[in-house]
Design a protein around this ligand. Structure first.
Ligand code: SMG
Ligand code: MG
Length: 373
């Protein structure tokens, strides 16, 4: 039995080491909404932490940090405290009355999972059935001012050891930019992410990317456009990878059945938590769809969860699992570091295997609120 005894919301503001420009805006600060819980786990009291992946505004996803904060405070955390959970896997069902809001639910689930696993001395990797000890690091590069700037940035990241380069694209910053990268680096694993910046009417333009031997094009069209992605897949050769569209294991199943994607990016926050993420992984494995772990500029807490997830056997492509230094001068946990071979170690300690460092939290916490359960 897991009983939620206390909960607190914490916002940590971490400046990014460099601005991250995408088709939906420029981000310079990660305002991370964190959930801290204290649970009674079979008589043992344990603390747990979760991170909400939502951003500072509702421009990338419908969910955003402030909305998640209010929902967690007013609805989700009190709901989870109503009665004890029999197992960790009961957590999503205990919140199922609330529609959508998957990123907020995932944050609560991560905190409870962390607490329960800490009490039991089990790592998240072991709990999820992870197999890898180390995970390959890809990097996601924001839109640059010119093809030359992008080539320079790619060169720097390759020098750091990243094993796959993903470039954000948008109309006017696409074919010429990627042509320059491919010409300079003929052999690298290269992908692009459009964050829904195109429509099916752009199919001819997107087909020009076929010349660059991309591993995939990520989320070219709007998140609801399952049929249009299936239609686009018939018009271009580059495999389509879906990100924003995949919000559950069921939606992955539908997308695969429709031929809307050949690759899937799994983000635990986007699908409503770690349990749903592992079910989504299972669907992809069953259908032989390669998966990789997405990123949401998470602090070390969310990063630890991503690494544990990425250690599952179906995660066969390098993901956006970059080390802490890619994002922050100072992370809130002990920093995740990339080895020269471009890999990062999956945490092995109980729960997430990392926790916020009080000295750093004292500098970056912008807001804290106790939740009335
Ligand atoms: O965590 O390295 C990261 C960011 C990876 O590009 C990334 N994420 O659509 O895949 C994506 C974006 C969404 C987040 S942008 C704030
Ligand atoms: Mg994406």
């Amino acid at each position: 039995m897991i009983t939620l005894r206390a909960a607190e919301l914490v916002r940590a503001d971490l400046p990014l080491v460099r601005p991250f420009r995408t088709s939906f805006g420029v981000q310079e600060l990660r305002e991370a909404v964190l959930v801290r819980v204290v649970c009674d786990v079979e008589g043992v009291e344990a603390e747990g932490w979760g991170e909400c992946v939502a951003g500072s505004d509702p421009f990338y996803s419908a969910e955003w940090g402030l909305g998640a904060w209010v929902l967690l405070r007013e609805v989700l955390l009190p709901m989870l405290a109503e009665e004890p959970l029999t197992t960790i896997e009961d957590t999503p069902a205990a919140m199922s009355e609330v529609r959508g809001n998957r990123m907020a639910k995932a944050a609560a689930e991560m905190a409870i999972t962390d607490a329960a696993l800490r009490a039991r001395g089990v790592s998240l990797k072991a709990y999820l059935g992870g197999e890898r000890d180390r995970v390959e690091c890809g990097v996601s590069i924001g839109i640059m001012d010119s093809p030359d700037d992008l080539v320079a940035a790619v060169g720097t990241y390759l020098g750091d050891g990243y094993t796959r380069i993903k470039c954000k694209i948008e109309p006017e910053a696409d074919v010429a930019f990627i042509a320059a990268v491919r010409e300079t680096f003929p052999d690298i694993a290269l992908t692009v992410d459009a964050n829904a910046a195109y429509t099916l009417a752009d199919a001819d333009l997107l087909a020009r990317l076929d010349a660059f031997d991309l591993d995939y094009i990520e989320q070219p069209l709007a998140e609801e456009e399952l049929m249009e992605h299936a239609a686009l897949a018939r018009l271009i050769e580059t495999p389509i990878c879906l990100d924003e569209t995949i919000v559950s294991a069921k939606s992955a199943e539908d997308a695969i059945a429709l031929g809307a994607c050949e690759v899937i990016n799994i983000k635990q926050g986007r699908v409503g938590g770690l349990a749903e993420a592992s079910w989504t992984h299972d669907v992809c494995v069953e259908h032989e769809i390669p998966v990789w772990c997405g990123g949401m500029l998470e602090t070390g807490l969310g990063r630890a969860a991503n690494l544990a997830l990425a250690s599952l056997p179906g995660f066969t492509m390098p993901g956006d699992t970059s080390p802490s230094s890619r994002y922050f001068h100072e992370d809130i946990t002990a920093p995740f570091e990339m080895a020269p071979d471009g890999t990062i170690a999956v945490p092995t300690g109980p729960g997430l295997g990392v926790a916020p460092l009080p000295g750093i939290m004292a500098r970056v916490v912008a807001e804290r609120e106790k939740v009335e359960l």
